[in-house]
Unconditional design. Structure first.
Length: 403
């Protein structure tokens, strides 16, 4: 049985007290797949826990004070967020952020072909017009993060903000500093990952929001995004899995917007948005200048940054540091030579140096690094040549100490 149909069956007469709202309704009306369901009811926490017991599902309390919980079936075929209805259904919908998210229907009607849509703010017309309009005049004042959410939805759906909503964003953007950094980054991350990201960024810059959100980004850098996307497509042709890793796309677009500022600027942004250590590592790698695009420079880059070196190389061409032929050649070197060698087992180990008669000491690390660089750059054709590089370094170090 369909998992939602089973939920409705288990609820029985209690299903009449539950409505489907928000993104679930919006996405269905737009013909997008609905994966998660937003449900409102009275006694939301109690009902969510009761449903979890009946379905042998997990129930996670999201906010005990506000009465929100998430139900997830053990096969993960169904996820429902239960929230406490704020007054009547009409009143609840009028308190929401945007009209396109202020449409509802009864849960029992959801499986039917034509549910009765409750639409007190004109969200159905806005979906048809592909526009984002505030559900209430004070919507942004109630939560300034909605300034970012408005453009996030525009970026995801390809919609435009209604002129009155744009004016309200411009008037409220200065209050973004009141919002927790983690909430800001969550919305910005979704925005930067969206298919219509560039158009929404351009509109937000005109409204003064982008300057408040990312003051480190020069407005002229918005023009770099198309080149960045074109080079990502070229990279996908030879390394298709690179961009599919979680977080790479929004961080890459953020890096393109930043360009190659001083590391202190990037560190300040990382601290302000509370990025994770891994996110910070990628962003710093992709915004550093490229020392060169030949085998020795790329080998040193990969030794520091691994597969994130792709982003550093592409940033160099987007920023104008490399011309297209040099970037294409560098991309080929990374794909065909340097990164495959980096993924392979190092040809030289500390045991090799000990077997040659050397005792472990401060020179071991640099010697092994020289051998690894020779392996990655192609300067050493095989393991014997790489060992020769390491042993020569040990000899030179010992000579310098004796001198």
């Amino acid at each position: 049985m369909d998992p939602l149909a089973r939920l409705i069956r288990e609820l029985g007469s209690r299903a009449a007290t539950v409505q489907v709202v928000g993104g679930s309704v919006r996405d269905r009306l737009l013909g997008r797949g609905v994966v998660d369901f937003d449900l409102i009811t009275t006694d939301a926490l109690e009902l969510a826990r009761w449903c979890a017991r009946r379905l042998e599902a997990w129930c996670i309390t999201l906010d005990d004070e506000r009465g929100t919980a998430r139900l997830i079936t053990r096969d993960r075929a169904l996820q429902c967020d239960f929230a406490e209805r704020q007054g009547s259904l009409d009143a609840d919908l009028r308190q929401r952020d945007f009209c396109i998210n202020a449409i509802a229907c009864e849960l029992v009607e959801w499986p039917t072909a034509a549910p009765h849509w409750v639409d007190p703010t004109g969200g159905l017309a806005d979906l048809a017009a592909r526009q984002i309009r505030l559900a209430a005049p004070g919507s942004l004042a109630a939560d300034p993060l909605r300034c970012v959410r408005a453009y996030r939805f525009a970026a995801q759906l390809g919609f435009e903000l209604h002129p009155t909503t744009r004016a309200a964003v411009a008037a409220t953007a200065g209050r973004l500093s009141e919002v927790a950094a983690e909430r800001v980054w969550q919305e910005l991350r979704l925005w930067l990952a969206a298919p219509h990201c560039a158009a929404a960024l351009a509109d937000s810059a005109a409204d003064g929001l982008l300057g408040r959100l990312l003051p480190e980004v020069p407005p002229t850098h918005l023009a770099r995004l198309p080149a960045g996307e074109a080079w990502l497509a070229r990279l996908a042709a030879c390394e298709p899995a690179w961009m599919t890793a979680e977080e790479r796309l929004p961080l890459w677009r953020l890096a393109v917007l930043l360009g190659q500022p001083p590391a202190a600027v990037v560190h300040a942004l990382v601290d302000r948005l509370r990025l994770s250590r891994e996110q910070a590592r990628r962003l710093l790698a992709w915004t550093q200048p490229l020392a060169g695009s030949g085998p020795p420079e790329l080998a040193a880059l990969v030794l520091r940054n691994g597969a994130e070196s792709y982003g550093t190389l592409l940033q160099a061409v987007v920023s104008g540091e490399l011309d297209e032929p040099a970037a294409a050649a560098g991309l080929g070197l990374l794909t065909e030579q340097v990164l495959p060698a980096w993924r392979a087992t190092p040809w030289v180990s500390g045991r090799d140096l000990q077997q040659a008669g050397w005792q472990p000491g401060p020179a071991f690390g640099p010697a092994l690094e020289r051998a690894r660089l020779a392996q990655l750059s192609g300067a050493a054709a095989d393991a014997a040549a790489a060992r020769a590089v390491a042993l020569q370094f040990m000899e030179d170090s010992a000579s310098n100490e004796r001198a």
